[in-house]
Design a protein around this ligand. Sequence first.
Ligand SMILES: Cc1ncc(COP(=O)(O)O)c(C=O)c1O
Length: 406
Amino acid sequence: MNADRLAVLGGTPAVTSPAPRWPDFDERDRRALIDVLESGVWGGYHEAVGELEGRLAAAHEARYGIATSNGTVSLEIALTAAGVGPGDEVIVPPVSFVASATAIARIGAVPVFADVEPETITLDPARATAALTPRTRAIMLVHFAGCPADLDRFVPLCTEHNLALIEDCAHAPGASWRGRPVGSFGAFGSFSFQASKNLTAGEGGMLVTNDPDLAESARSIMNQGRRSGGAWYEHVRLGTNARLTGFQGALLLVQLDRLPGQNRKRADAADRLRSALRDLTGFTPHPPVGDPRVTGHAWHIFSMRYDASAYQNVPRERAIDALATEGVPVSAGYPHPLYRNPLFADHPHRVEPCPVAEAYCREAIWLPHHALLGTPRWIDGVVGAFRKVSVGIGALREVRSAREGT
Ligand SMILES: Cc1ncc(COP(=O)(O)O)c(C=O)c1O
């Protein structure tokens, strides 16, 4: 009987072992770090960084890789190198990490928030088209959760209107669209190696591009405005220091070896969860139906829509508490669309109507990518927890959740 009783009400949790740890490492990572330590090349340029640039670019079918210190500054560099400047408008989805929009504001350009598609939660091409003005210079496409945005629509849209297409691939290393990896469909693809990401060294970033001139500009801005082949104290443009260290480069090379296998594992677990959740009204995965054009989803986030009306209007926060207490590491994700952050009161921006983004931020439940690295048995335990909560959730109508401040 106790097995049916929700853990949040004193029952036994459905999942008794934790999700796989993240970040993951073994002796190879340790060795790589020690090698850099002993090389004495702690700053400046370490050959591991060059190797990483080549390998990550090749993995995304791009000719050039430019390592940076993080995925925020890489977006700022990409925009600047692509010719976006003060007063220019850049269309961006409001469902993303704040950096997708602040990178635009930090270079003096104007983020224009346009709504996302309800299935993929990526920028809606029709909404983006409606947001164009003569001042629009670029589109910042976010492959949210690891799912490529509609590149069939955005590539011609940018060509037609002479806009720079920047792909924010922070969630999407290894994702692909019609068999082609994301990152080189437009001017730049930008990656983040921050601690929560599928490919991580704690911090770090990378730009990829197929354009030699853009690559040279980005590399120069990243490295204090120096030029390739130039003297150390020769600075040809306004740059910054956004270099990645050899420690991060060497660690990322080992992590990159694991990425394809981990992404396959994530995809298998996502398939398993998606088919199980099909029977549970009220927890609908994004996208609800697979799109054959998405040939690789990086599953940085397994995102679901919680429909409270299917569960006697029990609020999402109580469902999250119930699942978390069952041992499933869920969260509510971004609390609101980006334009609701107080920072935008002080920075020029424009907000197009975004009802889909608003609803999404009220209704989403997230499972992080490292949970998808659990064994099939562990994933079945997660499925069991969802079933248990969906059956017992009615009992939570009168119980205030911890998040609501009991
Ligand atoms: C979509 C997105 N873009 C950009 C960033 C910024 O990356 P970083 O933290 O490496 O600066 C992040 C995450 O942190 C992100 O999730």
